[in-house]
Design a binder for this molecule. Sequence first.
Ligand code: NAP
Length: 359
Amino acid sequence: MTKKKVAVIGATGIAGQQFLASLINHPMFEVTTLAASLRSAGKIYKDAITSDNGSLQWFCQGDPPSPFLKLKVENVLDINPKELDLIFTAVESDAAKEIEPRLAQSTPVISTASAFRGDQDVPIFIPGVNMEHEQLIPVQKLKRQWKGFISPVPNCTTTGLAMALKPIQTAFGIKKVIMTSMQACSGAGRSPGVIALDIMDNIIPYIPKEEEKVHFETKKILGKFSDNVIQPADFLISTTCTRVPVLDAHTEVVYASLRTKGSIDQVKAVLRSFGSEFVQMGFPSCPSKLIEVLEDPFRPQPRRDRDNGEGMTTTIGRVREDEALENGIKFVLTSHNTKMGAARGAILIAEYLAYKGYI
Ligand SMILES: NC(=O)c1ccc[n+]([C@@H]2O[C@H](COP(=O)([O-])OP(=O)(O)OC[C@H]3O[C@@H](n4cnc5c(N)ncnc54)[C@H](OP(=O)(O)O)[C@@H]3O)[C@@H](O)[C@H]2O)c1
């Protein structure tokens, strides 16, 4: 099979690096183009990720894949999207607003940025959760008269939450969700990022714009496609998003009031069996389980569980009844923010969309 030619825009950042770490030797996609801001444009990739004091700023496990180190980083304005089959973007929202529409006129863009998540004709996919929202892609292409399209992944905190809620919503219905997150530092990106002196020995109880994103996106992802739009799910949601001194993986404490009562064994069973049809499709980046439920009350922990399923499995523990809510349940989840929550999740979406003929 001829590999599809792929660009990574924002290749020097935290999410961009995870794209490169995940795309090396990919069976369907070949990275032919790297781009970043004017700060990096024109440099070879190795120099672009080397700081002024000479240290390599590589934020993934292991070393950067050597084939990328020699590639030139382009100015995004110099990229001809018509020469590419697919573009992954990992830039801040303001930059994405400018960059993505130009590229999507000719080529599919799978984005980690929030810029277009709120647009009615734009789906926000989570692998195995809402793939039926693919019906929005032709709607978007027709409306915008584009040959490509924009398909963002959710905010990395939404990913684990919506993944866990989907099987519960399907089996029991959901009236209300309350969630408190403990989010990793890598989720804030490299620049400006989280300052070490702020976060060491500390917890920061506010992440600007995060809670609004989680509320909107969770309801959109768990909503129904009908009449060419997504009708958002109708449960109430309340969240508090905090930053904690953890490197990777967001941990979330979730309380839910169900429409019909489910026993804890039934809740665990629907979580455990979720996603098997999607997994059986056998995409290269798909884990063997989308969700794993652990019985050990000391799990999940970000350090021990973030790389479950190579960072693509949402790990859930402490599933219990909650007597303060009607038909109440509660649990704790951990989800890798730069893998399933950003680059690898975006790659898995691309694998699915390529299989369905959208790319
Ligand atoms: N980090 C996560 O866990 C995570 C998870 C989900 C979603 N996201 C989203 O992914 C996006 C990237 O986040 P990040 O954490 O990787 O940020 P980051 O580490 O700060 O990296 C930002 C990247 O964007 C590039 N860039 C900035 N302005 C640009 C422009 N005008 N044109 C082209 N490239 C430009 C930077 O290039 P230079 O190196 O040249 O400055 C860098 O490669 C954001 O929208 C973020 O919300 C991140």
